[in-house]
Design a protein around this ligand. Sequence first.
Ligand code: ATP
Length: 348
Amino acid sequence: MNSTTGLVMSNITHHFGQTRVVDDVSLSIAPGELLCLLGPSGCGKTTTLRIAAGLESPSAGAVVLNSQLVSGNGVHLPPERRHVGFLFQDYALFPHLDVLGNVEFGIQSLTGTERKTRALEMLDQVGMKDYAQAWPHQLSGGQQQRVALARALAPNPGLMLLDEPFSGLDKRLRDQVRDETLHVLKRNRVSTLMVTHDPEEAMFMADRVAVMRQGRIVQMDQPEALYNSPADPFVASFFGEVNIFDALVSNGMADTPLGRFCVDGPVTKAQVLVRPEGIGITDDDGPEAVVLAARLLGRVSLIHLRVEHPHLPAAHLHARLASRALPAEGERLRLSIDHSQVFIFPAT
Ligand code: ATP
């Protein structure tokens, strides 16, 4: 990436008191790219975002925003001088200003006519032009969110910062507003750093995802790469449920109730992770399983299985199958395993 554009955070470390909450984080965002910070509660996502915003000054490291050093080396530019736009969970529209007034608020440097034209253009982009004269309290949550997006984008910021922006909305509305937000961000080609704890949201929104754990980035890549080649069991299990088997390794093979899997390197114990969607039913030879329970979830069904093995303890696991006639409780099935959905890591 060209280091003179977008956002570059280098070796950022941050302490609150004695606690290190961000630990040597480096990342960059190319112009127009959307990077998601994804991780469990308390892993340091919001603090990293606040450092990019200038709301927090890092204990160590540097932040360069559109070619300008904004944090580090004794420099600390406050948020209002960074030219960043914010979109947080509480939309925080100004209650005493109408919709147009809210969007015009951040572009006071423009003349009256230019300001109005720009504000209306942004409201048009988010589908809220007809509400220009409405008051915030007259709008639904989703509508307020759209106005907040228009307000944040009106000054044409060099970087947008989104912190769990959709978590206040119910699921159906959230999907819709998420879709529209992504469309508007991409249309305006604005570089974006977004925080979420929701893997599905990260997969949907991001060009790249940085998975964080205990203040560190454990893997940063395109969503497909994280899903298909997770770096460790933490990342693998973050993208949905996984079945985990502790296995002994001999002659480069890990022995599990689902079969034997090749292991690279001098490993004697391994963790074998199998995604529920990697388990199928076959008429051919395969490990035998007993159905303990089966539930239809819509387009897929979730099957709870017990797999027996001649010399290993029986294993309980979940399979996700494309919808079909649900197997009956107690039915015996043969399983097929999709090896692209199996991940093997040395046991720690
Ligand atoms: P969440 O999704 O719950 O917001 P997060 O990954 O965004 O989590 P942060 O908000 O960055 O995590 O918090 C990281 C750690 O730093 C947490 O343990 C939190 O309690 C602590 N922390 C955050 N802000 C402060 C502060 N101002 N003073 C002291 N500790 C803080």
